[in-house]
Write a new protein. Structure first.
Length: 256
């Protein structure tokens, strides 16, 4: 399971609930964080290169790119390069379109995610009769990373990050918001406070977990070593996540 940081842990949590026996390596590219401010070429080169090296070293039966930005940019390229199942993470526009009553949906993502043609295609296919208001909220990534490390979240940071969405025409009609970054569900309570308790927050974690279950159906699982987390970044920074990682069954932390 690969992400630029700790956002993918929201996907891992969903996977553990329905497939607890699956051995997992969680890979965090902290040295490349944040992806949302990089160009498409930078993200594609980094993700393809890292996943190629990780696949060669660890021989996984499946890779989950638990990052919306990486998936919307590089999913097709990674599938072309690696001959194993690749599960991506894309904005949950389909379920949001099915849920909305007002027909007005907000979408919070990184700058890179919200401008992708992949998102255009999802909107055209599943929400052509809805109003999708996209908003780049990169200011949510750092608070999410901080919260998981046990640091307090400044409510004004959350308010500033989503203010632009709430200022858009017809924003008062939003009843459903897509959290199009795996970091953002870590701030679900804080976002709910700002957006309102009547607004449904939708992310793709459960759907991704179900897809992994479907692709591994009937396959036996056995552990030869503890589940682990690896990072490209500063090891000391990653090590501070040991308690949270342990809650998700990750018992070993190491550098990549």
């Amino acid at each position: 399971m690969f992400d630029s940081g700790v956002g993918g842990l929201t996907v891992l949590a969903a996977l553990r609930r329905i497939l607890p026996d699956a051995p997992v390596i969680y890979a965090a590219d902290l040295a490349g964080l944040p992806y949302g401010k990089k160009t498409e070429a930078e993200v594609a080169a980094r993700v393809c290169g890292l996943l190629g090296r990780m696949a060669e070293r660890y021989h996984p039966r499946l890779i989950c790119i638990a990052c919306n930005t990486a998936s919307t940019i590089a999913l097709g390229m990674v599938r072309d390069v690696l001959e194993i199942p690749i599960v991506g993470t894309v904005p949950a526009i389909k379920p949001a379109a099915a849920m909305t009553r007002s027909g007005v949906i907000g979408l919070l993502g990184t700058e890179a995610t919200i401008r992708q043609s992949y998102v255009d295609n999802l909107e055209r296919e599943f929400a052509s009769d809805k109003l999708l208001l996209r908003h780049a909220a990169p200011g949510l990534v750092d608070p999410a990373e901080a919260k998981l490390r046990g640091n307090p979240v400044d409510a004004t940071q959350i308010e500033r990050a989503v203010a632009g969405l709430l200022e858009r025409p017809r924003a008062n009609e939003i009843d459903t918001v897509v959290l199009a970054c795996t970091h953002f569900p870590l701030l679900r309570d804080e976002l709910q406070s700002v957006l309102g308790r009547d607004v449904a927050l939708v992310d793709g974690a459960e759907g991704i977990a179900r897809r992994i279950v479907a692709l591994t159906e009937g396959q036996p699982f056995a552990r030869s070593e503890p589940d682990s987390a690896i990072t490209t970044g500063a090891f000391g920074q990653f090590e501070r996540l040991a308690r949270e990682l342990a809650k998700l069954g990750i018992d070993e932390i190491r550098e990549f």
